[in-house]
Design a protein around this ligand. Structure first.
Ligand SMILES: C[S@@+](CC[C@H](N)C(=O)[O-])C[C@H]1O[C@@H](n2cnc3c(N)ncnc32)[C@H](O)[C@@H]1O
Length: 230
């Protein structure tokens, strides 16, 4: 089993903690996604495509409880992937997990189509609308028609008071968790660097990419999640 350096262990721990502050009900998001996939896929073997697999939380949430699922994960961040690889090894999932450093564009062209896909907490890191659409189109192209896809990301109209109000609530989660006021204030500025678009625009992108049965099933502070079918 590969060992993580102290630096990576700390990074993994920080990620685990801060994500759960940033996205209250984060674990519920994974539980509901699992339930949706199970409802759609039944008991048969299934291949899952995980976009943004770094950190390995999809693997730990769904791997042990679904022994008939295999996972192909892509993520450009080497360190986040190392953490995912370590988690897969710790959980004895190595035989069912393949991780690739890169984006969906780096999947080999002969990759068989998948039975399900997820893209959790990734889309808001992609600045350009066309690039967001390309990613969603690419995911659609890699799925067997009709199969389930779950998207979760930050949403909001950049200039709106509504988003600013939600950012204040998001900051209060960190204050309650014991983060210093100055740090939380600067986090409020940094969060504006991510690419916010409205929930309606996200649903429009999913439609343009070819997805149907689009249903918003999750909402938690700055983030929301949609189920859909290819
Ligand atoms: C906040 S983490 C989410 C990781 C995991 N999905 C989770 O929920 O714990 C965002 C991840 O998306 C990755 N990422 C950014 N752009 C990406 C892209 N175009 N394709 C795949 N992953 C990407 C980052 O490297 C990072 O590891």
């Amino acid at each position: 089993m590969n060992k993580l350096s102290t630096h990576l262990l700390e990074k993994a721990q920080t990620y685990e903690q801060s994500t759960r502050i940033s996205v209250p009900a984060y674990d519920t998001l994974f539980a509901v996604t699992q339930a949706y996939f199970r409802a759609q896929l039944g008991e048969q073997e299934a291949s899952l495509l995980v976009i943004g697999a770094g950190g390995g939380n999809e693997l730990s949430a769904w791997g042990p409880t679904n022994p008939h699922w295999t996972f192909t994960g892509v993520d450009p961040a080497e360190e986040m992937l190392q953490i995912a690889q370590h988690k897969a090894a710790q959980l004895g999932l190595e035989d069912r997990v393949q991780l690739l450093q890169g984006t969906i564009d780096n999947l080999p062209s002969n990759t068989p189509k998948f039975d399900a896909a997820s893209c959790i907490l990734v889309l808001h890191f992609i600045e350009d609308r066309q690039e967001k659409l390309n990613l969603l189109k690419n995911i659609h192209a890699h799925l067997i028609p009709g199969k389930p896809f779950v998207l979760a990301c930050a949403y909001g109209e950049r200039e709106s008071e509504e988003l600013q109000d939600r950012i204040k609530i998001w900051q209060s989660f960190f204050l309650e968790a014991g983060y210093k006021k100055e740090r939380v204030e600067s986090m409020g500025k940094i969060i504006m660097n991510i690419s916010f678009i409205s929930a309606q625009e996200i649903e429009q992108l999913l439609q343009e990419a070819g997805f149907t049965h689009i249903t918003r099933f999750f909402s938690s502070g700055l983030f929301a999640g949609w189920m859909s079918q290819a």
